[in-house]
Design a protein. Structure first.
Length: 144
């Protein structure tokens, strides 16, 4: 799935004013990408949804601010200013039995939203998900 790094490689950092300091880095990446790689990034989906035992599961890099925007994800500042909590209670999120994200680089659970850390900021982990007719259960598994 497409995340913020792929968006920066595809469009440059202008899509996210919070990362101006990364302009040179991503401009360098963009110069090295082949046409085929740019096309591949452009075709990557922003999210993946699956139904398992009548449970709706949503997987995306982050929760969305607006999927029609060039940078659709909530900014990391949303974790501090309360916006993340509000979006977790929205109808768009509540329609899923489980929404899995990773952008915030830490393990957290907020209602039906689960974040998995894949960075050294909090320790690398993965999520073990088990769905059956009655429930969707998950467990953070640390690998670092």
């Amino acid at each position: 799935m497409k995340g913020n790094c792929e968006l920066y490689a595809e469009h440059g950092v202008d899509v996210d004013p919070n990362v101006e300091y990364l302009r040179d880095y991503y401009d360098g990446i963009r110069r090295r990408l082949t046409e085929e790689q740019v096309k591949f990034i452009g075709q990557m989906p922003l999210f993946y949804e699956i139904e398992c035992h009548r449970h709706k599961l949503h997987f995306s890099h982050s929760l969305f601010f607006d999927v029609e925007k060039p940078y659709p994800f909530l900014p990391l500042s949303s974790l501090k200013d309360g916006t993340f909590d509000i979006v977790c209670e929205s109808g768009y999120v509540k329609q899923y039995d489980l929404a899995v994200i990773g952008h915030c680089h830490r393990n957290l659970v907020k209602g039906n939203v689960v974040s998995v850390s894949a960075s050294e900021l909090e320790g690398v982990s993965y999520l073990l998900i088990e769905a059956n007719e009655n429930t969707v259960d998950f467990e953070h598994i640390s690998i670092s």
